[in-house]
Design a protein around this ligand. Structure first.
Ligand code: S3P
Length: 445
């Protein structure tokens, strides 16, 4: 895909009511699990971003029938647990770490051999964190040097159930093991010392899997799934993605005079850390019409421009806002006083090294940033616009959230901020530039 550079600048206050696309994590799981049910599921609000479309293509390649109706509702005819077929060609995961790691879990307990390939960013990301536990279940992997893609996976059926304590707080690793456990005789257990997003657990239960969650003595979560389950088809409603809503929300907080509503945002407590932190920083955020959609808490969020105060972000909140640090760093750069973040080593192995890219980019915008081994320390400008010395160009290195974070920074800047390539934004937030334009941002391709 050719690079799509764009420059961002505020024209005045942001106003309006918007809806962001469906939750990426839930969309992946909705496709995978309904592809394993017996019968036809309907999915409403599915994120039609490239990452999720990669999951859909892979599930089709392994036998599921997946179609989008003219009304935007997706229909998935599942093959039943254990019914996945050998794909005829390599599974192209594009930019999507979630597709790769969760699908490796599915393949692990089927008699399937599958090659996984991805783009330049995905091909640098560590896969050992999933191949290690899945190998304990009997799957075999041949990865590229460094444990990366391209990678060959050979599943085992029947696989061997394991009890595995997660060495990193990762919902992807947890979910890969639970998905492998779905087609494994007996009970597969994951011990999660630090809770991560629980969409897999919620949806597995919703489709009828026998899954329990207990708390052990030292507070770890013990998740158990009984294998060889039969999943029932469902109607699944996918709420708006809190990780995507974060961009217009922070933009409205930063641009003086703004007052917007972002409708239908998922606020699962394992995902809402950014919103809790922003409120602690003094953000004027109110939740309206709180309700449940597809088994997940949802609200409309009203956001008004606010004077933010720097904060110490407790490291144990990290899993509930892991994808939101880039945009939090932008908010911190305009807050009053110092924001300290730590315990964020995982940010170095996301779609890019997000600590390094954010530190470098914010420094170019004139922010006072110090990069440590596992976090950033930011001395905020107390509302003084960034990029005071002239326009700035940022290289986003194929990372959608870096691109969107600097787009928002541009709205809080004295001069335009140009992002070298907005194309990767289509992985998670198709329509981002139009949505921001609709709120009043100036976006120049
Ligand atoms: C995700 C889990 C997180 C997150 C990613 C989506 C998921 O990754 O960063 O965007 O859907 O399970 P990790 O499991 O690597 O923390």
């Amino acid at each position: 895909m050719p690079p799509a550079p764009a420059a961002f600048k505020a024209r005045g206050p942001l106003k309006g009511r918007v809806r962001v696309p469906g939750d990426k994590s839930i969309s992946h799981r909705a496709l995978m699990l309904s592809a394993l049910a017996v019968g036809t599921s309907r999915i409403e609000g599915l994120l039609e971003g490239e990452d999720v479309l990669a999951t859909a293509a892979a599930m089709r390649a392994m036998g599921a029938v997946i179609e989008r109706g003219a009304d935007g509702i997706w229909h998935v005819e599942g093959v039943g647990v254990g019914g996945l077929l050998q794909p005829a060609t390599a599974l192209d995961m594009g930019n999507s770490g979630t597709s790769t790691r969760l699908l490796m879990g599915l393949v692990a307990s089927h008699a399937i051999t599958a090659a996984f390939v991805g783009d330049a960013s995905l091909s640098k990301r560590p896969m050992g964190r999933v191949t290690v536990p899945l190998a304990l279940m009997g799957a075999e992997f041949t990865a590229s040097p460094g444990g990366t893609l391209p990678l060959m996976a050979r599943g085992l059926c029947p696989a061997v159930p394991i009890a595995y304590r997660l060495p990193v707080a990762s919902a992807q690793v947890k979910s890969a093991i639970l998905l492998a456990g779905l087609n494994t005789p007996g009970i597969t257990r994951v011990i999660e010392p630090v809770p991560t997003r629980d969409h897999s657990e919620r949806m597995l239960r919703g489709l009828g899997a026998e899954l329990t969650v207990e708390q052990d003595r030292d507070g770890a979560r013990l998740i158990s799934i009984r294998g060889e389950a039969e999943l029932r088809p469902q109607r699944i409603g996918v709420p708006g993605d809190p990780s995507s809503a974060a961009f217009p929300v922070v933009a409205a907080l930063l641009v003086p005079g703004s007052d917007i509503v972002v409708e239908n945002v998922g606020l699962n407590p394992t995902r809402d850390g950014l919103y809790r932190m922003l409120r602690a920083m003094g953000a004027d955020l109110t939740y309206q019409d709180e309700r449940i959609v597809g088994g997940e808490p949802v609200a409309d969020i009203r956001v008004r421009h606010s004077r933010l105060q720097g904060i110490e972000v407790p490291p144990d909140i990290a899993p509930s806002m892991i994808d939101e640090y880039p945009i939090l760093f932008v908010a911190a750069a305009l807050a009053k006083g110092r924001t300290v973040t730590r315990g964020l080593g995982e940010l170095r192995v996301k779609e890019s090294d997000r600590l390094a890219l954010m530190a470098r980019g914010l420094a170019r915008l004139g922010a006072r940033v110090e990069e440590t081994a596992d976090g950033l320390v930011i001395e905020g400008s107390d509302g003084a616009p960034l990029a005071a010395d002239g326009p700035v160009e940022i290289a986003a290195e194929l990372d959608h959230r870096i691109a969107m974070s600097f787009a928002v920074a541009g709205l809080a800047a004295a001069h335009p901020v140009a992002v070298d390539d907005m194309a990767p934004v289509a992985t998670s937030f198709p329509g981002f530039a139009d949505l921001m334009r609709g709120l009043g941002a100036e976006v120049t391709p």
